[in-house]
Design a protein around this ligand. Structure first.
Ligand SMILES: [Zn+2]
Ligand SMILES: [Zn+2]
Ligand SMILES: [Zn+2]
Ligand SMILES: [Zn+2]
Length: 458
């Protein structure tokens, strides 16, 4: 026995060095009849987990037992409390299962199934019973300082070898068997001879195995090897997103959200309206398959007033001219600039400029006044219409939609249109803007022109 140190403050007190002599007597009961050679191998993981719980439990009891004491410290009571703890746990685990059966009906009683929960509960129960008056009334019980003292003291005991792992394991094996009434966590096979037992051991389903995956130091019972295999962080497995890569399980999450070619990403045209998410390696495929829609989205940005129908026709025209070139555009900016290039070379989307319209009507007026009902004028008109006929149609449609929009939303469309084309350096585009403005201002006149032309054609 180490003499209790009386002057040191609790945290600096060294626990007594290993003097373990407290393996319980339970082992001796070779019992009445029946085979004498017990296998008794315990579930390796559970054994380890419970073994780990003993030191913090003891440290808690030691700290709470000596809190506020001038002449006591955790180290001074450690050896005694360790002995008491082992006795307490041995005794309580022997009766726990029987008691819990009785208690099961009582709603407030805590009944655990898992041996770890049972033993942890009992360790806690022991520690609580060892609290001195000071620690019971003191706010320290909840303080961080108490937690720190407990951690420190448990750590000291670990380093000093005050209660070595193998000694703790011997005790835990007994405790575990006491509470494992269903034989789920230990082998209860018994044999007549030592030979029989030694033949059994290498095949026992509880025999300890170590993980073969490089980097993994897990130990588990043979009957848990599949379970470990299914969660081992060091197992090499195929990518969960089904890319061709094989990687360590613990690297999977990062791979999947970073470099995996099957990572889902937003379409580069997300900001203009394509809401598709695509595996990053399939982006090119998506872009060529959906080119039509991507061009449409870009045009919708350019011609905010135009109906979808009108714009779809425009897309067809643009694709006819330059599908190959446009397919190379990988982002909104580059596709927009290419679409604008092509669009500028097409007849204006929303028909002739204002000037031309005025000229036309002037010409018409002149021709009419000079020649009366003139074939010349008719020819000129037809020519004009033919040249611009797709645009004319489109323009009319857009006019209808514009009027509708105005009616519904009372929006000043003349402000919006120039904005959408603001970034264009092409003169042609500007012309189109003027067109749009012109037509917005004077829809009736246009339809009149159109009607007139149609009538004249007959
Ligand atoms: Zn066995
Ligand atoms: Zn492993
Ligand atoms: Zn992958
Ligand atoms: Zn897309």
């Amino acid at each position: 026995m180490d003499p209790p140190t009386t002057k040191d403050p609790p945290t600096s007190t060294e626990p007594p060095a290993g003097d373990v002599e407290n393996v319980p007597e339970k082992i001796k009961d070779a019992k009445e009849a029946g085979p004498a050679f017990h296998c008794g191998i315990c579930d390796a993981e559970l054994l380890f987990k419970i073994t780990q719980a003993l030191l913090p439990g003891l440290a808690t009891a030691c700290v709470d037992n000596t809190t506020g004491g001038v002449f006591t410290s955790p180290g001074s009571v450690a050896a005694d409390l360790r002995k008491e703890l082992v006795e307490y746990l041995t005794q309580r685990t022997e009766t726990y299962v029987a008691e819990s059966v009785v208690l099961e009906g009582a709603p407030e009683a805590e009944v655990f199934d898992n041996p770890y929960d049972i033993i942890a509960f009992l360790i806690d129960e022991f520690a609580v019973s060892k609290r001195n008056l000071f620690s019971r009334v003191s706010a320290l019980l909840l303080s961080e300082r108490r937690e720190d003292s407990i951690d420190d003291f448990a750590h000291q005991m670990e380093i000093n070898g005050f209660w070595p792992v193998d000694k703790r394991e011997e005790i835990v094996q007994i405790l575990l068997k006491n509470v494992d009434a269903k034989n789920e966590y230990h082998c209860n096979m018994k044999f007549e001879t030592a030979e029989e037992l030694s033949l059994h051991m290498p095949t026992c389903s509880f025999r300890v195995m170590t993980c073969e995956n490089e980097g993994c130091d897990a130990r588990f019972s043979a009957n848990k090897s599949e379970k470990h295999d299914s969660i081992c962080p060091f197992k090499i497995i195929p990518c969960e997103q089904k890319c061709p890569a094989f990687l360590l399980r613990h690297e999977m999450d990062r791979h999947c959200i970073t470099v995996c070619p099957m990572k889902l990403v937003n379409c580069p045209f997300f900001s203009v309206g394509c809401k598709a998410t695509v595996p990053s390696c399939k982006i090119e495929e998506h872009q060529s398959e959906e080119l039509h829609y991507h061009i449409l989205y870009v045009l919708q940005g350019m011609y905010k007033e135009a109906s979808e129908e009108v714009l779809k026709e425009r897309v067809d025209q643009i694709e006819e001219r330059a599908a190959g070139r446009l397919a190379n555009a990988k982002n909104v900016r580059s596709l927009t600039s290419k679409v604008k290039d092509v669009d500028a070379k097409l007849p204006p989307l929303v028909i002739k400029t204002k000037k031309k319209e005025e000229e036309t009507s002037e010409t018409e007026a002149k021709t009419e006044s000079v020649e009366g009902s003139g074939t010349n004028e008719n020819a000129g008109g037809t020519k004009e219409v033919e040249a611009a006929s797709p645009s004319l149609e489109a323009k009319l449609r857009s006019l209808v939609s514009e009027t509708e929009t105005k009616d519904h939303e009372a929006m000043p469309s003349s402000q919006e249109v120039p904005l959408s084309n603001k970034d264009s350096e092409e003169e042609a585009s500007e012309t189109v803007v003027k067109d749009a403005e012109a037509t917005t201002e004077n829809p009736v006149k246009d339809s009149e022109v159109n009607t007139k032309n149609e009538t004249n054609e007959d």
